[in-house]
Design a protein around this ligand. Structure first.
Ligand code: NAD
Length: 482
């Protein structure tokens, strides 16, 4: 199906062509056919977007003066507008990223919930009174930080942009959103929704462009007050340095190499289904994937058997005309990188027990077979590095202490899953795991109200929940001598 959605940049409430005249050509990863051509922002477009966002949030502006209840109405209206466009956005996301329509629909649903959740926050961001010495009143207020930049990745293009722009808007900030140039389309629907609900000009600006030029110009812009970056650890480090130019605040949501720990008392069928979702959903392109499966020796053989037979049975397919359960990966480069990791795993001595290459039945599309490695040790490349594809590494562990050591022996600290029916063990693992999110008897899961983020090289700051409100507000202390 042909793309008929927005293709221009959205700056200061206007759809506009890029100053350079350059465009981005997108490809459908399932068919390798051209899908859409959109305007590509360069540094001068970023500058225009930041200026528009700065004006929109200046004192005296319509957005800055808007009452909390009116702002709540606007954010609810954004949720409604997105809901109206759900089918279209899901289809576009599926063609742009390769994920199945079901997966794309989940993304849109999460965004709708997130906007509704944060709409409720507009009148709940409170200051406090601070007791000081006699004849004085001291209190705090919370103000928007100002211009917020959002640089988002290609794996959940719509949802990961929405999860940070919703709290930024709820707290009265303006937004410049730069989606990945690999998947620029769904982000433009935020501009469409903003236009439809009549957000004041400049409150939302959407500027697809390359990472190095547009992303760099945005992260280092002197008028940006906060940068939210979701992407790789490598680029996250650059963003933190760039944002230092303007002493801007930074929220970093980076990579992961999450463990799923299966203890001998676990429900192995439930654990296998959970691990299936945690590594093969979205073709494994998930920061919080449980890409390392740590299995107690008593149930190791059984788990290897269960998870490899699940992997062998997953039907592949992408795009909207297919009933595949796992789509292609996003690009040829990404496919090649994953296949290289699979070769490295074989060379380093791990055993392929499912998949291990590209599917013979597909003559186009960037597909990779759901792949399972057994006999992995935690020092192998496939256990240490984020593969960002449908590749599971199974490691045998002898007892709980070893499981904990192996789980924590990683440069990342995003999400860990534990499968056990022993309450005491569950709490011990939750306490001892060096991860920002721990799931017990659950595949990686999240809600708009729960904090999302990691430790170590998985980033800092938190998305979602009340903690995101803190990322986008500044405290002001007022002192009055009576
Ligand atoms: P990426 O780091 O390559 O790109 C992310 C974004 O940064 C894109 O918009 C890109 O254009 C931009 N960018 C690239 N170089 C830049 C630069 N020098 N300056 C400014 N911007 C730049 O990541 P990706 O490949 O799009 O996404 C995959 C990565 O994202 C994985 O590592 C994954 O774990 C991580 N991720 C993390 C989370 C989380 O919440 N922790 C969620 C999803 C993805």
């Amino acid at each position: 199906m042909k793309y008929s959605g927005p293709t221009d940049l959205y700056i200061a409430g206007e759809w506009t062509q890029s100053n350079s005249g350059e465009t981005i050509q997108t490809e459908d990863p399932a068919t390798e056919e051209k899908y859409a051509t959109v305007q590509k922002a360069g540094a001068s477009d970023i500058d225009a977007a930041v200026k528009a966002a700065s004006a929109a949030v200046s004192r005296g502006s319509e957005w800055r003066k808007m009452s909390p209840d009116k702002r709540r109405e606007k954010i609810h209206a954004m949720a409604d507008a997105i809901e109206e466009m759900k089918d279209e956005i899901s289809m576009v996301e599926s063609h742009d990223n390769g994920k199945t329509p079901f997966e794309a629909g989940l993304e849109v649903d999460m965004v709708i919930d997130t906007f509704r959740y944060y709409a409720g926050w507009t009148d709940k961001v409170e200051g406090s009174e601070v007791p000081v010495s006699d004849s004085r009143i001291n209190y705090t207020t919370r103000e928007p930080v100002g211009v917020t930049a959002h640089i988002s990745p290609w794996n959940f293009p719509f949802q990961l942009a929405g999860r940070s722009i919703a709290p930024a808007l709820a707290t009265g900030n303006s937004v410049v959103l730069k989606p990945s140039s690999m998947t620029p389309l769904s982000a433009l629907y935020y501009a469409k929704a903003a236009e439809e609900v009549g957000l004041p000009s400049g409150v939302i600006n959407v500027v697809p462009g390359s990472g190095s030029e547009a992303g760099g110009a945005l992260a280092s812009h002197e008028d940006v007050d906060h940068v939210t970056f979701t992407g790789s650890t490598e680029v996250g480090k650059t963003i933190q340095q760039d944002a230092a130019e303007a002493v801007a605040g930074v929220t970093l949501e980076l990579g992961g190499k999450g463990p799923a720990i299966v203890l001998p008392d676990a429900d192995l069928d439930a654990a296998s289904r959970g691990v299936q979702y945690g590594i093969f959903m979205n073709a494994g392109q998930m920061c919080w994937a449980n890409s390392r499966l740590l299995v107690h020796e008593d149930v190791y053989d059984e788990m290897v058997e269960k998870i490899s037979s699940i992997a062998e049975g997953i039907p592949l397919g992408g795009g909207i005309d297919d009933d595949g359960q796992m789509g292609p990966v996003v690009s040829e480069d990404q496919q090649q990188e994953i296949l290289d990791y699979i070769e490295t795993g074989k060379e380093e001595g791990a055993t392929v027990v499912a998949g291990g290459g590209t599917p013979e039945e597909k003559d186009s599309g960037h597909f990779v077979e759901p792949t399972v490695f057994a006999d992995v040790t935690n020092d192998m490349t496939i256990a240490r590095e984020e593969i960002f594809g449908p590749v599971l590494s199974i490691i045998e562990v002898g007892d709980d202490a070893e499981a904990l050591n192996v789980a924590n022996d990683s440069p990342f600290g995003l999400t860990a899953c534990v499968w056990t029916n022993d309450l005491s063990r569950a709490h011990t693992f939750a306490d001892q795991l060096d991860y920002g999110m721990v799931m017990v008897n659950e595949t990686p899961n999240t809600w708009p109200q729960t904090p999302f983020g990691g430790t170590k090289q998985s980033g800092h700051g938190r998305a979602q929940g009340e903690m995101a409100i803190n990322e986008y507000t500044e405290v002001k202390n007022v002192h009055i001598k009576l």
